[in-house]
Unconditional design. Structure first.
Length: 320
């Protein structure tokens, strides 16, 4: 089968199309003929080699953690009625950029007939992360929210959920006025540039909640934008880890009783994730899936070039 492997860590061009044997589902697994594969920030982070120093990944790794398609076979101990069903699945930390993906049966969810494969991989992980990140931040109706890096696949559902959850202001950082207008259509009330400077009148000076997908060296300037009692939750590191001198801002943090936290959906019980994901696919949680581009699987390099350029607005999807 056709797959994409990271042959050399670093730039997108280090990935290549390879031929691999089709996997046989192990005990407790299902095999899925993929119809859509989500391209995420964690894929780009792995591809960059940033995690290789920790011994987590090696060259030859097949990235991708989120797929949608049709179950074609099941392993021992799995109900055979899964065969032939359209599903969304989480494959783990890799193994998704393939024509046939193996996934644990308990990480598979049936798809309603009216949910496309592309929409499924746009909502399945990002919507769940956005939901629980806002909960992790103890967001409450009437509070002000800033989403840093709002035009990506994680930022867009966070904007929508904050707006529809009763925020009194939803500010976003983004790179252009055009992207800002698109975010306004999704619920943003104020648009800031990447540095956090307002590009319109009336943006709050401080925020009760900041959801940060960017991190990097500029994170401390956003900590300074928190209101007394405010909470910043980092859910991504698009610009790399926070600076080593982050602790220098703790004096101000104590004075204003601010909180800083990181968040990964890995800490959320699978049953809770499954409940929210089911509600998303059923339309019970109102989110509009935003897909930037649908590309052939063998154009994975182009997909990652788009990711690295910062030009993508929403999810990038690969299709075999």
């Amino acid at each position: 089968m056709k797959a994409i492997a990271i042959q050399e860590f670093g730039r997108p061009e280090g990935m290549a199309v390879v031929d691999l044997p089709a996997p046989a589902p192990a005990a407790g697994q299902v095999l899925i003929a993929t119809e859509a594969i989500g391209v995420g920030g964690v894929d780009a982070l792995i591809r960059s080699g940033a995690l290789a120093a920790y011994g987590l990944f090696q060259e030859g790794h097949v990235p991708g953690s989120e797929v949608a398609g049709t179950v074609t076979a099941v392993g021992a101990g799995v109900d055979a009625s899964w065969v032939g069903r359209r599903v969304w699945a989480f494959t783990g930390t890799g193994g998704g950029y393939v024509e046939q993906a193996a996934a644990p049966a308990d990480a598979v969810l049936p798809l309603p007939a009216d949910v496309s494969a592309a929409d499924a991989v746009t909502l399945g992980t990002s919507g769940v992360v956005a939901h629980f990140a806002l909960r992790h931040a103890h967001f409450a109706p009437g509070e002000s929210v800033l989403v840093r890096g709002a035009a990506g696949s994680l930022g867009i559902p966070t904007v929508q959920l904050a707006a529809r959850g009763g925020a009194n202001a939803v500010a976003v950082t983004t790179s252009s006025a055009e992207r800002g207008e698109r975010l306004r259509e999704l619920g943003a009330t104020h648009v800031l540039d990447r540095a956090g400077a307002s590009t319109d009148d009336g943006a709050p000076e401080g925020y009760d909640v900041i959801i940060d997908i960017i991190a990097g060296p500029d994170m401390p300037t956003f900590l300074d934008r928190l209101n007394p009692g405010g909470r910043l939750v980092a859910i991504g590191m698009v610009a790399g880890p926070p600076p080593a001198d982050l602790a220098a801002h703790m004096t101000a943090a104590f004075r204003k009783s601010m909180s800083f936290a990181t968040f990964s959906a890995d800490i959320v019980p699978e049953a809770d994730q499954r409940a929210v994901r089911t509600a998303l696919f059923a339309g019970e949680v109102a989110l509009d899936p935003v897909v930037h581009a649908v590309l052939p699987l063998d154009e994975a390099v182009r997909a990652h070039q788009l990711m690295d350029s910062g030009e993508a607005f929403g999810r990038i999807v690969l299709v075999p």
